[in-house]
Design a protein around this ligand. Sequence first.
Ligand SMILES: Nc1ncnc2c1ncn2[C@@H]1O[C@H](COP(=O)(O)OP(=O)(O)O)[C@@H](O)[C@H]1O
Ligand SMILES: [Mg+2]
Length: 400
Amino acid sequence: MSPVWETEKRAPVLGIIGGGQLAQMLFQSAISIGVEVHILRSEGDQSLNSYAKELTVASSFDATTLYHFARRCDIVTFDHELIPAQIVSELSSRNCTMLPNATTLALAADKARQRRTLAEAGIPTPRFAVVESAAEVEAISAAFKFPLILKAARGGYDGRGVVEISSMDDVISIFGTSKMPVPYVVEERLDLDAELSVLVVRSSNRKEVSVYQPIRTRQHEGICVEASWPSHLPRSIDARAVEIALSIAELVDSVGVLAVEFFVVGGEVLVNELAPRVHNSGHLTIEAAKTSQFENHIRAVLGFALGSTDFISPASMVNLIAGPDAKEHRPLQLAAALSVAGASLHDYHKSPKPKRKVGHVTVLADSTTSASADAWESARRAMMAPLLGDPMAALGTHQN
Ligand SMILES: Nc1ncnc2c1ncn2[C@@H]1O[C@H](COP(=O)(O)OP(=O)(O)O)[C@@H](O)[C@H]1O
Ligand SMILES: [Mg+2]
């Protein structure tokens, strides 16, 4: 059966819930392939303000607001996973096509549920427990050695909601004062050899599935500061991560891009968490792969053929994030950033503040070492302020 937009001889209308940088970059890809975009964003979102033609600003993402929005779109997708799965499921039953579906979203939004589902399916994850009180942490503390990592099951991102605890005293103060809702996932702090991300793209017909080769990510204080390809890990590690990511896409019935974050520890590959959407680690696919994660996400949710996920060059992407020491936040210095040969800049149109991603820079080069050096240089010129996770700052040579 032909899709309705073909019968009606018009462009498909893609609705995006959320108005951050992921929506911005999805929107850019949609323009290129002739897909019309409607955005539903919250009052706080700043990206896309001056660009989207069909922009709805909502003070709350309740079922009625979402329904009125979804009715005007052929397919609705997301730039975050914060919409309650129950609402998504209700809209789906009222003939709105919401992708990814409610089941996938419910898993992604809850780290405890996610970990249990993965563990039950025999997928390797760090050893974990789900706890709701300090007493429950005490009960497992014989089996788990401090320092522990405590992760709020719901609502965390970019390291928010993730805390390291080194003693029972820390546990008691966290449960005494924390505003993060229980439960928590608890695990030991692992000595990570590397972190990887694998992006799987699965089409709405569920038959076509593609995968990008693993991308290496580096975090600082829980936030991704750099992503690069290739991973420079043994081929067997990359292959294992791809195999696991593909099996998870089937397990959670994802449609569109599914990002699977991995820890590499002692030659083993463990799944940290999932995100059923385009992902920060995949931003370098815009320049470094034959088809970007954004275009492939759109192709997948609309049921179009997927584009090639092959990389065309080693690459590095550095996030533009001011570190906590940045005294002054200026607009991005576009000309300065682009004066680094080969740098591609993406501005998210957000006012800078510490630890907020306001853009990214990607550089393609013969090696990831050289791409990384140039991407950091371009990022420094863009921000004119200390950058979170800057490797030169770690060496003590960064000039403010
Ligand atoms: N058990 C752990 N051991 C060591 N580092 C960890 C552990 N859990 C999380 N981290 C670090 O914190 C980062 C953020 O944690 P994550 O669980 O991915 O939460 P978020 O939802 O904020 O991305 C990870 O990418 C990793 O660098
Ligand atoms: Mg993460």
